[in-house]
Structures are given as structure tokens and as C-alpha cells.
Design a protein around this ligand. Structure first.
Ligand code: ATP
Ligand code: FE
Length: 367
């Protein structure tokens, strides 16, 4: 079985073809990052415009890279939620169009489910049930994955997502003015800067009160602390010619450290919770970490230590599969096709709708 997957939830136009024996037959991606970096953030109509301009081209690129035509494809999968509506609608409409035109089943995909399941494509050790930590530009969540479409939500972000904090601090620090960091995403630039630190600012995380008793996450206090320190440092010491404060590496290190320790504490809490409730096997279960921020090596190393201490196997997909891509959508399509979960007949696609927001899984904290 081969599934063609389409991803357009945010600013990446991705089309990939993946087979059920876990081969990535094609992985075509058009990234708009540079356009949005220049605009200081993603403007939804601009993202939509570039998706429309590239959609067909990227799909044809994937088919020709795999040396396949649409007739060889068994199903079409596309991200329908959550994301930016002007972006989601492009991939969804194109997927529905391909499905009707070539009379192939259509599989609507939840973007975060796809991030979570990617690990199973590249790591055979990841079996249900497993824990997943999704850290990205729009999300922060911790869940127990019991099956392809069976998620128990253990914790979620109450305010800013980790990627959003990294991107906002990156912009405020003007790190884009440093030539060697010019093409880096916010999180990546902060990771590189942190490596140059000689010291670290000390600041409290200031998490929201209701996140103290659960596995929920809170990063807004961290963002405020960073902004306050930057303003003080600018006043005290000024900036160099590129507009960057001299202590930027130390601030990046402090931010990365505080973020990492919050993530690690919540993961540990979740591990203790699922063990106590016997929701996970005791013989070396997996922790999957995915989403764009999972590309951060400092965070991955710290989570690896947590896994060692609790006898977990850590699985982090390679960076290009942690960021948005078509492969994860095609693979999610394969997993759903195999179990016939939510697979729609090409003649019955009127019900396909996009949603900008959509929680993932059952929120067990409400029980
Ligand atoms: P979502 O998946 O929640 O819809 P998104 O699709 O915008 O959000 P991703 O593409 O999964 O998010 O991730 C993008 C985020 O990852 C950005 O905030 C970026 O700064 C961050 N990021 C990328 N590389 C790194 C890194 N090395 N360290 C930390 N953060 C990183
Ligand atoms: Fe994403």
C-alpha cells in the first residue's frame, strides 16, 4: 500500500509518498520560512498564497521522485486540522481534488496526531502504548498514545507554546542580524547562541498556578522574564552594531535551560502518573518527542537523562521529520488505512471540513 500525504497547515507545503512497509518513496517540501522571517512573522494570506502557488508543483515533484503516477497510489491523506485556515484549505482542497479525480480513498489527518506517530515510521521500538511530548510552534502537549487514534491527554500548554517563546525572544534579540544565523529558525538560532554562553542569567519560570498540580505547561512567565532582562541589558550596556545585546548568549542559555527543566519536570510527573495507574508496560516503554522544538539537542539530551532514570526508551525523529513535512501525513495515512480508521470513499467527501483548532485525544484530567 502507498499513501500520498499532503501537509499545508502552516507555512510548509509538503507532499510525500510512504508505503506500508515503511519506505519513504518521496519527500517533497517547499518551505516559506525565509519569506515569513523577512515579514517578522507569518501573515496567513501570504502563507495561503504561497501554498496555492506551489501545491501542484510540489505534488508533481513527489510523484516524479518516486517514479509513480496517481494511479499507483492507494489513498490520499491531507492535514485538515488544526492550523491556519487559509493554509489548511489549500492542501485539503487539493487532496480532495486528487481523490475524486483518481477515485482514491481520502484520509483526513490531525496534524498533531501525525507529529506523534512519525516516530513509529523510523523507530520499530515505538509500540503502543507510549508517551509523547509534542513541542512546536503552536503546541505543547503530553499524551499517552494507546493506538492510532486513541490519545489520552495528560498535559497541555496553558499559554505561549515553547516554539512561540523561542521565536519571540529571537525576534526581540534581533538575532537575525547576525549573518551566520540569518537563515535559522528562532529556536535553532537560540540553540546556537546558547552554546556560546559564558554564564547564565538566573530567573524563575513563573508558571501559572493551575499548572502546578497537573502536567500542564506554562511558558508566558519565561517570555516576560526574557523581555524584562533584554530591556534592562539594553539600558545598562547598549547593543553592538547589529542591535544585539552583548549578553545575548547568556540569555539564550538561561531561556533554553529554564524551558528544558520545565519540560523535564512535566515529563517525569507524567511517567510517575502512568506507572502508578499501570497504563504503560514496565519493560522499557517509549517516550516520543516531536514537533519543531524537538530538534533542539540540549532539550533532547536532558529528556534522555529523564528516560534513563525511569527506564524509558527515548525516540526523537530526525529534525526534518520533527518539523512540518508531508512524510508524517503520508505515514499517518498508512496507519489509518491499515486499520480502516476514518478512511473516506472518494464519492463521499462533502463532509470534509477544516478546523483551525482541535484538541488531540480524550482529556483524562476532567474525569
Ligand atoms: P504546530 O505543529 O504546533 O502547528 P508549527 O507547525 O508552526 O506548529 P513546527 O514546524 O512543528 O511548528 O515547529 C516550528 C518551531 O520549531 C519554531 O518555533 C522553531 O523556532 C522551532 N525550532 C526549530 N528548530 C529548533 C531548534 N533547534 N531548537 C528549538 N526550537 C526549534
Ligand atoms: Fe507542526
Amino acid at each position: 500500500l502507498k499513501v500520498l500525504g499532503i501537509e499545508t497547515s502552516c507555512d510548509d507545503t509538503g507532499v510525500a509518498i510512504v508505503s506500508c512497509d515503511r519506505n519513504i518513496l518521496a519527500d517533497a517540501l517547499h518551505n516559506q520560512a525565509q519569506i515569513h522571517l523577512a515579514n517578522g512573522g507569518i501573515l496567513p494570506p501570504v502563507a495561503g498564497y504561497h501554498h496555492r502557488a506551489n501545491m501542484e508543483k510540489v505534488a508533481n515533484e513527489a510523484l516524479s521522485a518516486a517514479k509513480l503516477s496517481m494511479t499507483d497510489i492507494d489513498a490520499v491523506a491531507a492535514t485538515v486540522k488544526p492550523g491556519l485556515s487559509l493554509s489548511l484549505e489549500v492542501g485539503t482542497k487539493y487532496g480532495v481534488f486528487l481523490s475524486k479525480r483518481y477515485q482514491k480513498p481520502f484520509i483526513p489527518i490531525h496534524h498533531m496526531e501525525a507529529h506523534a506517530l512519525t516516530a513509529r515510521l523510523i523507530d520499530e521500538r515505538v509500540k503502543f502504548p507510549f508517551l509523547v511530548l509534542l513541542i512546536s510552534g503552536g503546541h505543547c502537549l503530553l499524551a499517552l498514545v494507546q493506538g492510532v487514534d486513541s490519545f489520552l491527554l495528560l498535559g497541555k500548554g496553558l499559554d505561549n507554546s515553547p516554539g512561540e517563546v523561542l521565536d519571540k525572544v529571537h525576534r526581540r534579540l534581533k538575532l537575525r542580524n547576525i549573518p551566520e544565523l540569518q537563515n535559522f529558525s528562532g529556536g535553532h538560532a537560540i540553540e546556537v547562541m546558547a552554546e556560546k554562553a559564558t554564564d547564565r542569567f538566573e530567573f524563575p519560570l513563573q508558571i501559572r498556578a493551575n499548572s502546578m498540580v497537573s502536567c500542564d505547561f506554562s511558558f508566558s512567565g519565561l517570555l516576560t522574564n526574557c523581555f524584562n532582562i533584554i530591556a534592562t541589558e539594553e539600558q545598562k550596556y547598549g547593543t553592538s552594531a547589529d542591535g544585539v545585546i552583548p549578553s545575548a548568549p547568556n540569555l539564550c542559555a538561561a531561556l533554553q535551560y529554564a524551558m528544558t527543566s520545565h519540560l523535564c519536570r512535566r515529563v517525569e510527573k507524567a511517567m510517575i502518573f502512568v506507572k502508578g495507574k499501570q497504563m504503560i508496560p514496565s519493560n522499557n516503554p517509549s517516550l516520543v518527542v516531536s514537533g519543531g522544538v524537538a530538534a533542539n539537542k540540549f532539550i533532547a539530551k536532558a529528556l534522555n537523562a529523564v528516560c534513563d532514570a525511569h527506564d524509558y526508551h527515548l525516540s526523537v525523529p530526525p529534525p526534518h521529520l520533527c518539523n512540518d513535512n508531508g512524510v508524517m501525513i503520508a505515514w499517518n495515512g498508512v496507519e489509518r488505512l491499515r486499520e480502516n480508521l476514518g478512511v473516506l470513499h472518494w464519492n463521499n467527501l462533502d463532509s470534509v471540513t477544516i478546523s483551525t483548532k482541535c484538541p488531540l485525544g480524550k482529556d483524562i484530567r476532567k474525569d
